[in-house]
Design a protein around this ligand. Sequence first.
Ligand code: 3PG
Length: 400
Amino acid sequence: IDQLLADGVAGKRVFVRADLNVPLDGTTITDDGRIRAVQPTIAKLAEAGARVVVASHLGRPKGAPDPAFSLAPAAARLGELLGTHVEFATDTVGESATATVAALQDGQVAVLENLRFNPGETSKDDAERGVFADRLASLADVYVGDGFGAVHRKHASVFDLPARLPHAAGFLIDTEVGVLKKLTEDVSRPYVVVLGGAKVSDKLGVIDHLLEKADRILIGGGMAYTFLKAQGHEVGISLLQEDQVPAVLEYLERAEAKGVEFVLPVDVLVASEFPDLKTKAPANPAVVAADAIPADQEGLDIGPETRKLYASKLADAATVFWNGPMGVFEHPDYAEGTKAVAQALVDSPAFSVVGGGDSAAAVRILGFDEKAFGHISTGGGASLEYLEGKTLPGLAALED
Ligand code: 3PG
């Protein structure tokens, strides 16, 4: 983007592919981190006199307009952050988008409606994506890729569109890739990784890779119960991916052979039912040892001993990568595990990278100061796939 700005963008229509996929409660944005993260790129382009066309996906609509997934709230929030009026087109390549972009003056910003309202955006068919990318290309002179959270998707606006326009990476992608590169190339040790979240199947690729890189891996969240099961413990009615038990067992054995320390919860908070996240009614969980979860109970957070254990395992780290909450942090009775990990990172001098929409949002929602962390990534799947060493379509498309 520096080169692009140096060459001059005044009067040019610059298409910014952002990731404005923010969590919403109705039309209220509960965490605007992703909008703030892309704001510098948009602000700089507008200041330089570009006519900025911002596009993004939100959620997973079914390839057709769906008001529940409108980007209108995100466009309004972007306008507030920029301190300027932001135009909003009610479609992506139709009449509204064409007219909105045509009316843009130098330095003005418009946001298009959700790209995924068009089936061409996510199509597996190259030709169908190509048709949509051609139509998007007609709205712009230059492409700036800055939706880091979506670079692992081979989607029209991420992969096919940059091939059709002069293109550059924005400030956010530049920063994100710089940080993650550090974790894959010259990482300072001890390198401790904390993995949580619901599904172990989402994390197998990254665990495979981390067994070659990390010194210590701490496991929490819903995925911990598949690990406990693999160790021969009963997990009651906790989240369990039984089909992943053999893979997990193999990882535990490989870790032991390689001297990578795997740390599992020693105690957990349990209840007989999932908490009500709307009313947040008290859940009154019990603390039980991780190898003694009653048959009718569900593990919903790591317990107090585990919190202490994990804090001690993080205290001497030089580098930390954390992806995924330790429990159902959206409910106050199950937020302590996630808070304890966040606090341990704040207290530690380690360079800490928080990756993943959920853990990044958790850190902010639980009231931590973002600046206390080395880097909070806007990418969940994208940062994991980067660490797995995969080629990410949205980065490959910007490289040449
Ligand atoms: C994310 O939330 O990880 C990104 O916005 C990508 O969204 P997706 O998983 O729906 O493609």
